[in-house]
Design a protein around this ligand. Structure first.
Ligand code: HEC
Ligand code: HEC
Length: 186
């Protein structure tokens, strides 16, 4: 009786190992996907960037490009999970780009407080940027977007709301003409 049992156990052990290896492989695959497939491809007529955020879950710094970060985080009222940012937004590909379209990485977004102090925010791979909630910027502030070559796009008139995407919407609101977009090279 001993031998068949051992043999049986041995076989199921192998099966378990195989299953484990497979689920690990699937897990690794899912993990790899999570790294960058929260965006899916769409026609350029939908998003100039050709990619849209399609991941319903939150907790991701590339979430919801173009939407009003500060407003939603404030409404969530869960500072541990959704920090209550005062300054946040997205640099997008085109002036009338829709919500959730992937934005432009590696832009330097600089805000200048009323006392002249400057704070810079790098845009991430979704175009999103934000300041740590505890940063104190004296209102009203001006802002500019600077690219690697030093070209800048400048907001001349001071405003006192750090929720960039609340004015820089698809159509533009409160006097803004549309999205925050990169500067043009001369
Ligand atoms: C519709 C609501 C909503 C919008 C719009 C939104 N967020 Fe969030 N965000 C959340 C929630 C909810 C969480 C927390 C998720 C969780 O519970 O894990 C979160 C989490 C985050 C985190 C992770 C914070 C951490 O410390 O783990 C970052 C970073 C973030 N958001 C940035 C942004 C930026 C930048 C924007 C604007 C482009 C934005 N969010 C727009 C709801 C929103
Ligand atoms: C209350 C509305 C409002 C908010 C919030 C806002 N802006 Fe603006 N923004 C405007 C208006 C209006 C203009 C056009 C007039 C001007 O340039 O001053 C503008 C223009 C700009 C321009 C120049 C655009 C161009 O094509 O020349 C940049 C860059 C800019 N804003 C950056 C930002 C950034 C970064 C934030 C967030 C930190 C922000 N803005 C928040 C209203 C706003």
């Amino acid at each position: 009786m001993q031998r068949p049992l051992t043999k049986h156990l041995g076989r199921s052990h192998t099966a378990v190992e195989l299953q484990l290896a497979m689920s690990l492989a699937v897990g690794a695959l899912l993990l790899a996907c999570q790294v960058d497939t929260k965006f899916v491809d769409v026609p350029h007529s939908v998003c100039a960037s050709g990619e849209i955020w399609a991941f319903q879950d939150k907790d991701n710094p590339r979430m919801n490009p173009g939407r009003s970060c500060v407003q939603c985080h404030t409404e969530e009222n869960d500072p541990a999970q959704a920090p209550i940012y005062v300054f946040a937004g997205t640099v997008m590909r085109a002036e009338h780009e829709g919500d959730d379209c992937r934005g432009v990485p590696s832009m330097n977004v600089i805000v200048t407080g009323a006392d002249g102090t400057e704070f810079s925010m790098p845009s991430n791979s979704a175009g999103n940027f934000w300041l740590p909630p505890e940063t104190e910027v004296l209102m009203p502030y001006t802002a500019r977007i600077v690219d690697d070559a030093g070209n800048a796009r400048v907001q001349q008139n001071p405003v006192d709301n750090g929720d960039c995407n609340s004015c820089h919407t698809e159509a533009g609101a409160n006097g803004a003409t549309g999205r925050l977009i990169p500067p043009v090279a001369p």
